[in-house]
Design a protein around this ligand. Structure first.
Ligand code: SF4
Ligand code: SF4
Length: 185
């Protein structure tokens, strides 16, 4: 992408989630659900990129560890208590906004992992290399599939765990849909 296009692209996404469907860097910086870098280095932790004050709160009830609070006002943004989070992932498939991922920088020196919700078929196979995408659905790098879980309680929403290079952990949030011929089942 040339520099002018890059600037326009950045300007557009700085408008924020209400205009683009993608949270801006400013919205993420002020989001109470985003964990610190230090916590991510210590192992799996939820990253709740919920930046719109919508009437929604299942994440709070799903977490049995008191790691997510919304409080009495249902439009409050969910707050992550990162030291309480054990990275179990129960909140990921239960978020109707697909706003929660699990991040882990402790996986290896070169690779970090992300667990993300995925509602498309076909699902990838364990071990497959896929295109990892950012919040806007743009391809960022290659990712390696480590696990594909299909929680019974959330039929239709799989939770996929993918390894990616450490440097892209703050950018990658999902994977590109697979073409039909790669169908696994
Ligand atoms: S990953 Fe588990 S412990 Fe962490 S916020 Fe989600 S449900 Fe709670
Ligand atoms: S369940 Fe998801 S969309 Fe609803 S408040 Fe929690 S993080 Fe936001």
């Amino acid at each position: 992408m040339d520099k002018n296009k890059q600037d326009l692209h950045k300007e557009y996404f700085n408008l924020g989630v209400a205009f683009t469907g993608v949270p801006s860097q400013d919205e993420l910086a002020h989001c109470p659900g985003v964990p610190t870098e230090m916590r991510m280095q210590h192992g799996r932790v939820a990253c709740i990129e919920c930046v719109q004050q919508i009437p929604c709160n299942p994440c709070e009830g799903l977490c049995k560890f008191g790691a997510i609070t919304i409080g009495e006002e249902i439009t409050n943004l969910p707050k992550l208590h990162e030291d309480n989070c054990v990275g179990c992932g129960l909140c990921v498939a239960g978020c109707p906004g697909l706003a929660i991922t699990i991040l882990d920088r402790s996986y290896s020196e070169r690779e970090a992992t992300i667990d993300f919700p995925f509602e498309y078929l076909p699902l990838p196979a364990v071990g497959a290399w896929v295109d990892a995408v950012n919040r806007a659905g743009e391809v960022v790098c290659k990712g390696r599939i480590l696990r594909v879980l299909k929680p019974e309680a959330y039929q239709g929403t799989a939770v996929i765990c993918m390894a990616i290079p450490q440097e892209y952990l703050n950018e990658v949030r999902s994977m590109k849909r697979l073409p039909k011929q790669d169908r696994r089942e």
